[in-house]
Design a protein. Structure first.
Length: 155
């Protein structure tokens, strides 16, 4: 059996074809990886958009005490979220240790607060009141009903 020029050219063509197939396979594997990465990125962007829309609908109630002249204190509650808070109610873990005036709470609550609106409650601070207490705020907003947040307040 003799090897002539045509056989060498055919063999080289076979080697080049095998190399081209290998490179094509590598390119396809990279393409599949990029497609999966693109799919993950799209899912992330969709989730981010949904979270942004949800945050525009969600209310976030915050509060803190502030001191007026002398020994007069007030509790300021405000809606720091972008959504409107409806049917806001307050409850306490320790009812007897709360410096807020109950008649003021009953007069103002349940309450609706639009975004960035606030309400002030009168506080009766004396030496027997603990400096920290827990206030549980419940409200409904456009993202869902029955939102609850515990505020740890310090006088």
């Amino acid at each position: 059996m003799t090897i002539d020029t045509g056989d060498i050219i055919a063999f080289l063509a076979l080697v080049v074809s095998i190399y081209a197939l290998y490179q094509n396979h590598k390119t396809n594997q990279r393409q599949i990886g990029l497609l999966e990465m693109e799919k993950e990125l799209n899912q992330f962007l969709i989730k981010k958009e949904k979270d942004e829309i949800d945050s525009r609908l969600r209310a976030d109630i915050k509060g803190r005490y502030f001191k007026l002249m002398g020994s007069n204190y007030r509790l300021k509650l405000w809606n720091d979220g972008f959504g409107n808070a409806k049917n806001i109610t307050l409850s306490f873990k320790d009812h007897e240790d709360v410096p807020l005036i109950q008649s003021d709470i009953e007069e103002k609550f349940p309450l609706d607060l639009e975004s960035k609106q606030s309400v002030e409650l009168l506080a009766s601070v004396h030496y027997g009141i603990p400096r920290k207490h827990s206030l549980i705020v419940k409200w409904d907003d456009e993202s869902c009903d029955g939102q609850t947040k515990e505020l740890i307040l310090t006088i």
